[in-house]
Design a protein around this ligand. Structure first.
Ligand SMILES: *[C@@H]1O[C@H](CO)[C@@H](O)[C@H](O)[C@H]1NC(C)=O
Ligand SMILES: *[C@@H]1O[C@H](CO)[C@@H](O)[C@H](O)[C@H]1NC(C)=O
Ligand SMILES: *[C@@H]1O[C@H](CO)[C@@H](O)[C@H](O)[C@H]1NC(C)=O
Ligand SMILES: *[C@@H]1O[C@H](CO)[C@@H](O)[C@H](O)[C@H]1NC(C)=O
Ligand SMILES: *[C@@H]1O[C@H](CO)[C@@H](O)[C@H](O)[C@H]1NC(C)=O
Length: 258
């Protein structure tokens, strides 16, 4: 059997063993290898940690004051003083782009993004190492009809889209309870670290960002960080591309509020 066939078979088996089996999409052997590594690693880590949590039987397991963002020194501004962490979500969706098809050597232009948010607050508080592996794995899940993030079991906690070209917007709610709405602007950007997870077809990871909220934010939302990105970047040129296209991505979003 071809190596790639074995990988796909193993991935399919791993995926269907989970309660809500996601469709794992494999277009590229390199990302399949990455995905296999993080997927099996995830199940092993989760099993060990679920057991540890059961033994400890801690009730306050989602204490966000225990969570800390994996910010490299000086890469992005730290959260403003007086803010506290309100929510952590894994975002899974697409980065959108447009192309001037009359000029194939031109570069694609960013045209917003659309993503579903999944509540990762407890994981961030308890298992930061595990959280770091989720985007690289999640970028391979088809979540179009899902309310959970594949075998991670993380539940939906809102949506992310753009209200205009410069306004990324987030509506964060858990179990029908509103946490806050955050119309934002980009304040600071930093390249994804080397070794960041690639996308379904080997696309590099989109930059890490600090966003600040605009007028109209609710729930005291002030700053949003997009970290631990996986995939999402466009090809260098528009050669062979459509006028509009999407690139699958995942990231961890950190919501800070006053
Ligand atoms: C934790 O303890 C409570 C009460 O002491 C018990 O009802 C619950 O089942 C325990 N949870 C786990 C996961 O063992
Ligand atoms: C989701 O996250 C919040 C904190 O941001 C937490 O208080 C809540 O219990 C979580 N809900 C679920 C269903 O995981
Ligand atoms: C991005 O692409 C998605 C999927 O095709 C589409 O639903 C959404 O409207 C697009 N968003 C923007 C801002 O272009
Ligand atoms: C985009 O929306 C924001 C928030 O509503 C607004 O302040 C800004 O002027 C808009 N920008 C453009 C180019 O329309
Ligand atoms: C926005 O970015 C600038 C430059 O990186 C930084 O000096 C400033 O503190 C940031 N604003 C906030 C609210 O963090």
């Amino acid at each position: 059997m071809q190596l790639s066939t074995v990988l796909v078979a193993v991935l399919a088996a791993a995926a269907s063993a989970a309660p809500t089996a996601p469709k794992v999409i494999i277009h590229d052997a390199r990302s399949a290898v990455d995905s296999l590594g993080s997927l099996s690693g995830y199940f092993n880590t989760l099993a060990a940690k679920a057991l540890a949590a059961k033994i400890a039987n801690k009730s306050a397991i989602c204490d966000l004051s225990k969570a800390s963002m994996p910010l490299a020194p000086e890469a992005l501004p730290v959260p403003s003083s007086g803010l506290s962490l309100r929510h952590v979500a894994v975002g899974r969706g697409t980065q959108n782009y447009t192309c001037d098809t009359s000029n194939p050597s031109s570069a694609p232009t960013a045209a917003g993004a659309v993503a579903t948010l999944f509540n990762a607050s407890c994981v961030a508080a308890l298992y930061p190492d595990l959280l770091e592996t989720i985007p690289g794995m999640a970028v391979h899940f088809d979540i179009s009809a899902a309310q959970q993030l594949g075998p991670t079991g993380l539940v939906e906690s809102g949506v992310h889209y753009f209200t205009n070209a410069t306004t990324p917007f987030f509506n964060v709610q858990t179990l029908g309870q509103e946490i806050g709405q955050a119309p934002c602007r980009k304040n600071s950007t930093s390249p994804a670290p080397s070794g960041a997870a690639v996308g379904q077809q080997g696309e590099a990871a989109v930059p890490w960002l600090q966003l600040t909220t605009r007028d109209g934010a609710t729930g005291g939302m002030k700053e949003v960080y997009r970290l631990t990105t996986a995939g999402g970047t466009a090809p260098a040129t528009c050669e062979g591309l459509d006028e509009t296209f999407q690139v699958e991505y995942a990231a961890v979003y950190w919501f800070w509020a006053e």
